[in-house]
Design a protein around this ligand. Structure first.
Ligand code: ATP
Length: 296
């Protein structure tokens, strides 16, 4: 767990209007030590989200010249639909999330949200439209209430508790002697991975964004916790456009569509059943993972 003071100081100096999503994104994508490379275009407009369609259209990208990570990547998440990106380690899955958040600009092609190129809209409006649930939610050294309400500080107590309930967190909070006033973080109560993730879900529910970027945990949670988290994520995903960056396969089976990324391109795409029947890369990733988890 990264100390929160560091990112806060860093982000405070860089972003005027810091948002939870930015911190979570920074945490999620290890961008704490990096200054943002992109700025709003002069005259950039506000992003207007209608259905929340995400479209990568022939996208090319590399962090350094001469080494392309994504090449001619095309994929669409329809409004209210869900797509999970899977692929071998280093395939560029997290890179797709970074581009969606416009931490970097594409070097070829276009990335559109409801038909608007993300380079043409303000970053503030872009970040406001996207909720991020990282695998390791950043906690402030403050009360649980503060940590949840951070998703929308002006939320009422009833709204904060409703979000905690929907995130399957309320029961846990209620069991603590000081309830929502319990101080968490480095100098307070240490939360488990699953509890932290539920704080992240509650925050995002309060923020109520039309688009969700989910970073599926690499670390295995116990089955019960995983089931609770999945239930909370499923409830949150209803009616939103969801792009999942999946480092493990265990929870992608439910996505409307699974995209297998390889060599910077879409190698396969389909539902879980279709891809298993295809007997290609996904089927072998699945078979390997099953074996790996059994071994673990
Ligand atoms: P994993 O499942 O292991 O997290 P991934 O598919 O999410 O992998 P990415 O994090 O998108 O992979 O990385 C894709 C490639 O880009 C990797 O080869 C990585 O080394 C490289 N890369 C990532 N970030 C940077 C960076 N800031 N500068 C240069 N190269 C980078």
């Amino acid at each position: 767990m990264i100390q929160i003071t560091m990112p806060l100081n860093f982000l405070g100096s860089v972003y005027r209007d810091m948002r939870q999503a930015l911190i979570d994104m920074a945490e999620m994508f290890g961008l704490l030590d990096r200054a943002p490379e992109v700025r709003d275009r002069p005259g950039a407009r506000e992003l207007r989200v209608a259905g929340g369609e995400i479209r990568f259209d022939g996208v090319a990208f590399g962090y350094e010249p001469g080494r392309e990570i994504l090449r001619d990547l095309s994929l669409t998440v329809p409004p209210g639909g869900s797509v999970a990106i899977v692929g071998p380690s280093g395939a560029g899955k997290s890179t797709i999330g970074r581009l969606l958040f416009r931490f970097y600009d594409v070097t070829g092609g276009q990335l559109l949200i409801d038909g608007q190129d993300v380079r043409d809209v303000t970053q503030k409006s872009l970040h406001a439209a996207i909720g991020v649930v990282p695998q390791d939610t950043v906690l402030f050294n403050d009360t649980l209430y503060y940590n949840i309400a951070y998703g929308r500080p002006e939320a009422t107590r009833a709204e904060v508790e409703a979000a905690a309930r929907a995130a399957r967190l309320h029961g846990f909070v209620a069991s603590l002697p000081q309830g929502y006033d319990t101080v968490v973080g480095e100098r307070g109560l240490k939360l488990s991975g699953g509890e932290k993730q539920r704080v992240g879900i509650a925050r995002t529910l309060l923020k109520d964004p039309p688009i969700l970027l989910l970073d599926e945990a690499t670390s295995a949670l116990d089955t019960e916790t995983e089931r609770e988290i999945q239930g909370a994520l499923r409830a949150m995903s209803a009616g939103r456009t969801v792009l999942t960056i999946a480092h493990r396969l265990s929870t992608v089976a439910e996505a409307d569509r699974i995209v297998v990324l390889e060599d910077g391109r879409v190698a396969e795409s389909g539902t879980h059943a279709e891809l298993l029947a295809l007997g290609g890369r996904y089927a072998s990733l699945w078979a390997n993972q099953e074996g790996g988890e059994d071994a673990a």
